[in-house]
Each structure stands twice: as C-alpha cells, then as structure tokens.
Design a binder for this molecule. Structure first.
Ligand code: FRU
Length: 564
C-alpha cells in the first residue's frame, strides 16, 4: 500500500516553490499555504479509510428464538470492536428452500465470508459447497452439513450433548425407567440428529432404561398446539419417568403441561442450552422446573473472531468444538451467579459501546470542524498576505505613476510653450501678410479704374488694347488673390459667415464657365462644361462657390491653360 508521508509532501512543496520565479513571492506564499491546506484535508480524509472494509453474510436458520437471539447479541458485541466489518443477516425461518435461496443471494452479492447455521444438513449442503467452490470462506456455526467442504466449524458436539443427557437420565433414574424424547420441527438438522443419536446410543448401554418414543412439536411457533398434543401424548405414555427435551424452551413447555396434569413432581425433565436470564435453562434448573440442562454455547463470539482471523489471513482451526456441560442442582447456584454477572457485564459493554459510538461521533464532528477551521485560517492568511503584498505593489506602482505624471506634465508644459511661440510666430506672419494684402488692395483699385478708362478709349491701337486687357486681367487676379488672403484670415478666426440660398448649381457654374470662353478661344483651348444634370437645386453660398470655381479655372490658367 502506498503510504502518504507528510515529510515527503513538505519537501516536495519546498522544491516546487524553489522552481517558481523568485520575484513572484506572492504566488510562492499562496502556493505554500494552499498546499498545507490541501495536505491537512487529505490527512483528515485518509485517517477514516485506514482499514479494509469487509462484508460478512450470515445465513441464520431462524432468528425467532431466544437462543438464536443470544447468539446474535454475542456477534453484535464482538462486531462492535470491528467497525471495518459489515454483516448482512438473512433469516430463513427454518425453511431449507428459503435458506438455499438466501445463501445463493449472498454468493451473488460477493460477500467476503459466509457464516451459516443450516436449518437442515442434507438440503443445505450443495449451497454451502457452491459458496466454498467460489472461494468464499464458509464458517458453519452450531449445525453442520453432510460434507467437509467448509472453512471452519464452531459448535458443541451434539452427539455428546445427547449422550450426556442419556447418562444423566440413567443417573437420575438409577438405571430403571421409561424415557421420552421431545424435539422441535427441525428433525433433519445436524443438532437434532446428533442429540437424538447420542441419547439413544448411550441408553443402549443401560438395559433398565427404556426409550419409549420421540415426539416433535413446534414450541416456538405453535405453543398452544404443542401443549395440546403433548397433553394427549402423555395420556398415552402414562408410565414415563423422564423426558429429554432437545432444548430448554421445549423443556419449559413440558413442565407447564406436566404441572397442569399434576405430574410435574413425578417426571424429570432434562433440557439443552442452559441460557442465562429469566426462563433461561439456568433459571429453570434453579427453580427446579428442569432437573438438569446441558450447556450448549451459541458460539456467536467465536464465529466472529474466527471470521476475522480468516479475513485477515491469520492462522485458524477448521474444527472448533465448544465446551458443553451438565447444569444441575449441584452447580446451578454458582452458574446462575456467574451468568447474571456475565449478563450485566454484557449490558455494560453494550452501554459502553453506545457511549463510545456517541463520543466517536462527537470527535469526528469536532475533527471535521477543526479541519474546516484550519483550512479557513489558511485561506484567510493567504487572502491577507495577498492583500498586503498587493497593497505594497500598488503603492510602488502609484509612486511610479506619479513620477511619470510629473514628467508628462512638465513635457506638456514645454510643448504648450513651444506651440504658443510657434503660434505667435505664425500669427505675426499672417498679420504681416494680411496687412500687406490690405495695403495692396488700395493701389490695385487705383490701377484698375484708369486701366478701364484706357481700354475703353477708342483711339488706342488694338495691340495696346490687348496688352492693357491682359494687365487688367492680371490686376484683377492679383486683387482676388489679395482678397482670398484676407478671407483666409477670416476663416481662421471663424469670422467668415456663410450666406446660403437655394440656387441652380448647373446654370450657376455654366455662367462662370461662359465668362472664360473668350479667353479659352483666344488661347485655342477647347473649353467644355459637361454635366449629367440639366439643373440641380442646392443650398450654397454663391460668393464662395463663385470663388471656388473661378479659382479652379484661374488655376488652370496659371499652369498654362489660359495664360498667354
Ligand atoms: C435454537 C435451537 C437451540 C438449540 C439449537 C440447536 O434455534 O433450537 O435451542 O440448542 O438450536 O441447533
């Protein structure tokens, strides 16, 4: 099995941390505490899964009588010391067919071990053999099968029980008398067969003792019927001095019948089992209802102990014969005291086990709470550390940002100073040009008036007129350029206002183009105004658009199209 070693885990964590980037100390701390939290969690879970779990299937021929219940109690007490074992109990109600079915169910459920008390030896044998063949260890308790294909047997020797009862009967009757045997309905069980055979066999050695008959009654399930039957039978067998009953419950029933018939003090009754407690065999002997009982231990405790040895691969014995003995007036006092003590000790054990289970529950709850608390603390620490280191990191970043900010402000101040100077220079340049332009306009207007007069003079030569017209055009252009320079200033200071009206852009453009026709013709230039629209009503500032189109056509003249 792989062992979880805390030391190895810690070494592993430290190595992993060393592999991480040394600058990333926040991640290192987080990693460390998270790993510790996970280890704690795994440890807390692991300790609960220390032992291997086992399932024992218990096929009980019946759970309907005190002897079997006592056996169950013994098993329970023993099992309480082994929480790793779970036991499934199936009650066959003394029905062999039912028991076969139940054994097969347990085989299918793949129990780790099978404990069985066969209701009857013969029919149950194949089912037990099947389990054994499928490698399920089988422990037979109290009753046997007709095969040796089982792992272990635990129980007293029933043949000896029968023969002990026979010898004691001979002793009571002083070698002379008639005896009756009364059993239960489980005639085919090894217990019944063994006791019956042992009893009869030993009596053969006592010629004065006469075995009259064997009667079977169901005292556990139909006591009224059994009582009636026995009353009638005893009338038939009137000369009976002793009754051997196969268990104390039947013995007690017999005593009640004999008492009713007024023959209780004339007939000795010997029972089997010798259970402690009220109306148990020991109590019945003590109260002289039974002359004797043969102690027949249940083997519940031993069955569980052997099962654990088998499951844990420890050495064990196949045949485990339990001790049986006669209880009569000579030892009943002592046994009664002892059995009472045992019973009270058993009760103490049960109560202690109950208290222990409660304490374990409390302990488990506390441990879970503790684990949760530790993990929560680790997480809080991680969180705290994260917040602290983030705060430090943040502080550093903020400081850096402040420095960068200062630098940026300083640079932007410098920039605005530079741009203000540039703007100032630009403005003075523009002002200069505007003032110059303004100054240019007056002389241009003054040139323009006499020039018009000279051109309209009819006495001038055509060559001179043409030259004057060229001068006039260029004066005009100069005037417009100067005006445009001033417009530019206005636009810059946002003092230029649009005066829009809805006009036909096509005819408007046409007119301007027409004004260039003469010039174009003179320059032998093919000037055409091409438009896909006949007219186009749009909103525009006529002065501005006039300037734009005029400018475009004038520019064409500047690059040589219209210039002479
Ligand atoms: C209980 C019982 C006991 C008896 C044993 C024999 O079911 O009848 O009283 O001793 O079974 O198997």
């Amino acid at each position: 099995m792989h062992h979880f070693n805390i030391k190895a885990c810690l070494i592993e964590i430290i190595f992993s941390m060393r592999k991480m980037s040394p600058r990333n100390y926040i991640s290192r701390i987080k990693f460390f505490f998270l790993s510790i939290a996970i280890i704690l969690f795994i440890f807390s879970c692991k300790s609960e899964k220390r032992q291997k779990q086992y399932v024992i299937g218990f096929s009980q021929c019946t759970t309907g009588d005190v002897w079997r219940q006592y056996m169950g109690k013994e098993m329970e007490i023993e099992l309480a010391f082994h929480p790793e074992i779970k036991m499934i109990v199936k009650n066959a109600d003394l029905n062999p067919d039912k028991q076969i079915r139940q054994i097969k169910e347990l085989i299918d459920e793949k129990v780790d071990l099978l404990i069985a008390t066969p209701a009857e030896a013969k029919p149950i044998t194949p089912a037990i053999e099947e389990a054994y063949a499928k490698h399920i260890p089988v422990i037979l308790v109290d009753r046997n099968i007709l095969s040796d294909k089982y792992t272990a047997f635990i129980g007293a020797n029933n043949y000896k029980v029968g023969s002990d009862a026979g010898s004691y009967a001979n002793f009571l009757l002083k070698g002379q008398g008639n005896v009756l045997e009364i059993g239960g309905m489980d005639i085919g069980s090894s217990a019944d067969i063994g006791r019956h055979t042992g009893f009869k066999d030993i009596l053969q050695g006592y010629p004065g003792i006469h075995y009259v008959a064997r009667i079977s009654e169901d005292w556990d399930n139909a006591p009224k019927q059994a009582e009636e039957d026995l009353t009638n039978q005893l009338k038939n067998y009137s000369n009976i001095q002793l009754i051997f009953t196969q268990n104390d419950r039947i013995g007690y029933g017999c005593y009640e019948v004999c008492k009713k018939l007024g023959i209780a003090n004339k007939i000795f009754i010997i029972g089997v089992d010798g259970l402690p407690g009220k109306n148990g065999g020991i109590d019945l002997v003590d109260r002289s209802m039974l002359k004797a009982t043969i102690l027949y231990p249940t083997g519940g405790k031993e069955a569980i102990q052997t099962a654990i040895d088998i499951l844990e691969n420890k050495p064990f014995q196949k045949e485990n014969q339990l001790y049986s003995t006669i209880i009569d007036s000579s030892n009943v006092r002592m046994l009664n005291l002892q059995s009472q003590k045992i019973l009270s000790q058993q009760d103490d054990i049960v109560r202690q086990q109950y208290m222990l289970a409660k304490q374990i529950k409390v302990y488990n709850n506390q441990r879970t709470f503790n684990n949760i608390l530790t993990i929560a603390l680790c997480l809080v620490f991680i969180l705290g550390a994260t917040v602290f280191f983030s705060w430090i990191k943040n502080k550093k970043i903020t400081q850096k940002l402040w420095l960068q900010n200062d630098e940026i402000s300083r640079q932007s101040l410098q920039l605005s100073e530079v741009s203000a100077k540039a703007e100032e220079a630009h403005q003075s340049k523009l002002n200069f040009f505007t003032n110059i332009s303004h100054e240019f306009r007056t002389p241009l207007t003054l040139i323009f008036a006499p020039l018009g007069e000279l051109i309209s003079n009819t006495r001038i030569q055509p060559d001179t007129k043409q030259a004057l017209q060229l001068i006039q055009r260029n004066v005009m252009r100069l005037y417009r350029l100067v005006s445009q320079l001033m417009d530019f200033r206005k636009i810059e200071f946002k003092k230029m206002k649009l005066k829009v009206s809805e006009n036909d852009l096509v005819s408007f453009t046409h007119e301007i183009v027409n004004s260039f026709r003469v010039l174009a013709k003179n320059k032998n230039i093919d000037l055409e105004f091409l438009t896909s629209e006949r007219n186009l009503q749009v909103w525009f500032d006529t002065t501005m658009i006039d300037k734009v189109i005029f400018n475009v056509l004038s520019n064409a003249s500047i690059i040589g199209l219209f210039t002479s």
